[in-house]
Write a protein that binds this ligand. Structure first.
Ligand SMILES: *[C@@H]1O[C@H](CO)[C@@H](O)[C@H](O)[C@H]1NC(C)=O
Ligand SMILES: *[C@@H]1O[C@H](CO)[C@@H](O)[C@H](O)[C@H]1NC(C)=O
Ligand SMILES: *[C@@H]1O[C@H](CO)[C@@H](O)[C@H](O)[C@H]1NC(C)=O
Ligand SMILES: *[C@@H]1O[C@H](CO)[C@@H](O)[C@H](O)[C@H]1NC(C)=O
Length: 223
């Protein structure tokens, strides 16, 4: 009886600690620490690199589905064009105890027009990303893990451009850094490159495209 009670208290303490981690201020947890990966599952045994992380230290309002959509619009992306569907959702295991979870949302570069631009992107190629949330009880950082890639246009069958993962990451980061705004919300964003979190090379990477192993950590603060 005593033993059961002790176990139960221990569990309660643990869950209280994890549910307060997001507000306790953690940028992110390494998915590999708990069976996850910095590559998502593209459904063919290969994966796309989770090459940008929006830090759990960002303003909480950025780390929600509507929040990241608004931020994405501020840096030139919008929700996927509804008329042209581009493949199945992918899933990722962020080592937070949730196992493999499908992407929350996929956003595409809007080419200067938040309504029609994503349709243009589908025709002429461009940058896009998928969003995964690290919010399971084992690693509740609240961070958003992004699989960013640069695609070629529809005539090339929407393949990822050569070097398209590193290029996509750098284009997204440079659009994000500094001051941006959309719909009355102004963002101040800083970036930091992290090495050693993701392996470099093409092993296991979708389309056999090599990556440089750099993950860019963005901290997005609403002003
Ligand atoms: C992801 O979504 C697809 C299509 O809706 C579904 O078949 C699949 O089971 C989902 N995968 C996960 C890990 O939830
Ligand atoms: C699509 O890409 C191919 C190969 O890079 C290029 O030849 C073609 O002009 C492009 N089409 C459009 C509409 O941009
Ligand atoms: C984690 O994030 C996903 C995607 O936004 C959401 O559906 C889910 O409810 C969240 N889980 C928790 C425990 O907040
Ligand atoms: C991160 O690394 C890429 C590739 O080397 C570079 O282009 C980019 O400027 C770096 N970003 C930061 C914030 O250091």
């Amino acid at each position: 009886m005593m033993f059961t009670f002790a176990l139960l208290s221990a569990c309660l303490v643990v869950s209280q600690v994890s549910s307060s981690l997001a507000s306790a201020g953690v940028a992110f947890f390494n998915p590999a620490d708990n069976g996850g990966s910095m590559f998502d599952n593209a459904g063919n045994g290969l994966g796309e690199p989770l090459n940008v992380i929006i830090s759990g230290l960002s303003s909480p309002a950025v780390l929600t589905e509507s929040g990241v959509v608004n931020f994405a619009r501020a840096i030139g992306f919008s929700e996927e064009c509804l008329d042209i569907h581009l493949g199945a959702p992918q899933s990722a295991n962020l080592g937070d105890g949730n196992g493999f979870v499908n992407q929350t949302i996929e956003l595409r570069q809007d080419f200067g027009n938040a309504e029609l631009g994503t349709c243009l992107e589908s025709l002429i190629g461009g940058n896009h990303f998928r969003v995964y949330v690290q919010n399971g009880s084992l690693a509740d950082s609240g961070a958003l893990f992004l699989a960013v890639s640069q695609e070629e246009n529809v005539t090339t069958g929407h393949t990822i451009a050569p070097d398209g993962y590193d290029v996509g990451r750098d284009l997204l980061s440079s659009a994000a850094i500094g001051t941006t705004s959309f719909d009355g919300v102004t963002y101040s964003t800083t970036a930091e490159n992290i090495t050693g979190l993701m392996p470099a090379g093409s092993t296991g990477v979708n389309h056999g495209i090599a990556v440089d192993g750099i993950v860019t950590l963005l901290t997005v603060t609403i002003q």
